[in-house]
Design a protein around this ligand. Structure first.
Ligand SMILES: [Cu+2]
Length: 560
């Protein structure tokens, strides 16, 4: 062995032993991180997207999945500021779908909301010009009542925007090498290894969640990266799960961009929370050549606390190679305009709420299926003050336990890791019978169980009209319930004034299209520069997809 090779090898071994336990166990056998290809327009200048069925191999048996132009997820679309984009979406699925360009400032007619349905076998053409600056956006279905299912099946992709200034920055720009797209999603499979999706009282209340964590469609992949600065383009593509990411060795995360574009300057964090639908661009320093993991920290969100998310969970191994890195972290990134004087601006209040009966039944179902471990500190035990204070409906659940009365809570608690899907299926059957029985105080219409300003979503009934080009202050209130509501507004990028009554964190103070609403009032400054007519109104909704699908969405027009 040459001395040089020996040095390389011993360095590699030294680094390997510094890995956490999972790294030592799996370092050699992790699959490579799949990189979604950038899809170029065809010879006529049109980007061709095809929603189609596919197949994945996550467990023993093949899993039926959906993807754009492939088995799962979709290619990356990429366009520059000033560019005219034409996209043709073909639907080869057996059900109607739509495609929404999440984060793009395009007219309502091109936005791909729930009205822009594409029946099976049909096509939809969208044409628009990119006017906004560089950002990491995405695309996904927006079929009302079906969005959660269609995203769970695999339909989602990145839509990256560039501008002259962003391309001039010394940031890493080698796609899939040091400019790394990361779509993070959790999924749940049934006993036949098929996607186990239901829109039921449980998912309508807390969202659909799973126990299989995927990064670009693969469980804990590994990426051979240059030894240098790395740019991670993170998308939380989960239906309902909020993620908090960190580096396994505690190295810094330098946030350089949020949903709607680059920040003014990097913000250094040790951990970064991403709500469903949110994107952040993060730089990490891999110049020391040591491998590390991107990990998901244990979560506290209702329903999301079950294994494997109850502990640090690796989502990506970064294995620096001997290739020298290019690019670096600049001190300044983009010009971020100062907030306008907003005291006198028109304001609107959107109040998010859940039918107390849905809340009650959802909590019962969560407790019954998964036990205390899923309750995120909430408890249905008698005498729990916490439950009464935080979940209005929990009081009701305790007061008239009805169908729960005969159940021994002690028996329902089981380590999540030991749960078998077969057992769960049986329990679900039992619960379904109970929910239809004496437990219900009044009939619950699941599909209108979530509301904005007291109304469930009505497709053909825009709730208000915004004046084109007028900056408004929107107050989005989740007061009265403790659920997480990542609130998204179409057709715009906004600036957050406050989140849940707190000053906005520096890395969330740039351009955003999702704001956190969790038990408090959040305020954003919003402006629409494109029209949205009545028949193609914009949407504003909770991006916890099962809340959206069961009514927590409002439509509005933008008019000159
Ligand atoms: Cu919500």
């Amino acid at each position: 062995m040459q001395r040089r090779d020996f040095l390389k090898l011993s360095t590699a071994l030294g680094a390997a032993s510094a890995l956490p336990w999972w790294g030592r166990a799996f370092a050699a056998e992790r699959p490579a991180l799949p990189i979604p290809a950038v899809l170029e327009p065809d010879e006529s200048g049109v980007i061709q997207l095809i929603a189609q069925p596919g197949q994945m191999h996550w467990r023993r048996q093949p899993t039926h999945s959906w993807g754009y132009n492939g088995n799962l997820l979709g290619p990356t679309l990429r366009a520059r500021q000033g560019q005219a984009v034409r996209i043709c979406v073909s639907n080869r699925l057996a059900e109607t779908s739509t495609v929404h360009w999440h984060g793009l400032e395009v007219p309502g007619t091109a936005d791909g909301g729930p009205q822009a349905s594409i029946p099976p076998g049909k096509q939809w053409r969208a044409a628009f010009r990119i006017e906004q600056p560089a950002a990491t956006c995405w695309y996904h279905p927006h079929t009302h009542g079906q969005t959660g299912h269609q995203v769970a099946m695999g339909l989602a992709g990145l839509f990256i925007l560039d501008d002259e200034e962003s391309l001039r920055l010394p940031l890493p720009q080698r796609w899939g090498l040091d400019d790394i797209p990361l779509v993070l999603q959790d999924k749940r499979l049934d006993g036949q290894d098929q996607l186990d999706y239901q829109l039921d009282v449980l998912s309508a209340a807390v969202g659909w969640f799973g126990d299989l964590m995927l990064t670009n469609g693969v469980e804990y992949p590994s990426h051979a990266a240059p030894r240098g600065w790395l740019r991670l383009r993170l998308l939380n593509g989960c239906n309902a799960r909020s993620l908090t990411l960190a580096a396994s060795d505690g190295r810094a995360l330098y946030v350089i961009g949020s949903d709607g574009g680059l920040l003014a300057e990097p913000v250094v964090l040790s951990e970064l929370a991403l709500l469903p639908g949110e994107r952040f661009e993060v730089m990490v320093d891999a110049r020391n050549g040591k491998p590390f993991d991107l990990i998901s920290l244990p979560v506290r969100q209702m329903g999301m606390t079950l294994a494997p998310f109850d502990a640090a969970l690796p989502v990506l191994r970064i294995q620096p190679s001997l290739i020298e890195g290019k690019g670096r972290l600049p001190d300044t990134l983009a010009r971020l305009s100062a907030l306008p004087e907003w005291q006198g601006l028109p304001s609107r209040t959107l109040t998010l709420s859940m039918d107390p009966e849905l809340d009650r039944q959802g909590m019962q179902a969560l407790m019954s299926r998964y036990g205390h471990a899923a309750m995120a500190g909430m408890s249905m035990d008698h005498g729990s003050a916490e439950a009464g204070m935080t979940m209005g409906a929990m009081k009701g659940a305790q007061g008239d336990a009805g169908g729960m009365a005969g159940m021994d809570h002690g028996d329902m608690v089981m380590p999540a890791g030991e749960m078998q899907h077969g057992t769960m299926a049986g329990m679900q059957g039992t619960m379904a019978g109970m929910q239809g029985g004496k437990g219900s105080a009044k009939p619950l219409d699941l599909h209108s169980g979530n509301r904005i300003n007291g109304q469930p979503f009505a497709m053909n009934d825009p709730q208000f009209a915004v004046k084109l080009g007028q900056t408004e202050r929107w107050i989005i209130s989740g007061e009265g319930d403790m659920m997480l509501h990542p609130f998204h507004i179409h057709g715009t990028r906004f600036r957050i004034l406050s989140e849940n009554g707190q000053p906005v964190a520096p890395h969330r103070a740039g351009w955003k299209d999702i704001v956190n609403v969790e038990g408090g009032r959040s305020e954003v400054l919003v402006r629409f520069d494109h029209p949205a007519p009545r028949e193609r109104a914009y949407m504003a909704h909770c991006h916890l997809l099962e809340h959206e699908d069961t009514g927590m969405m409002v439509s509005f027009t933008v008019e000159a």
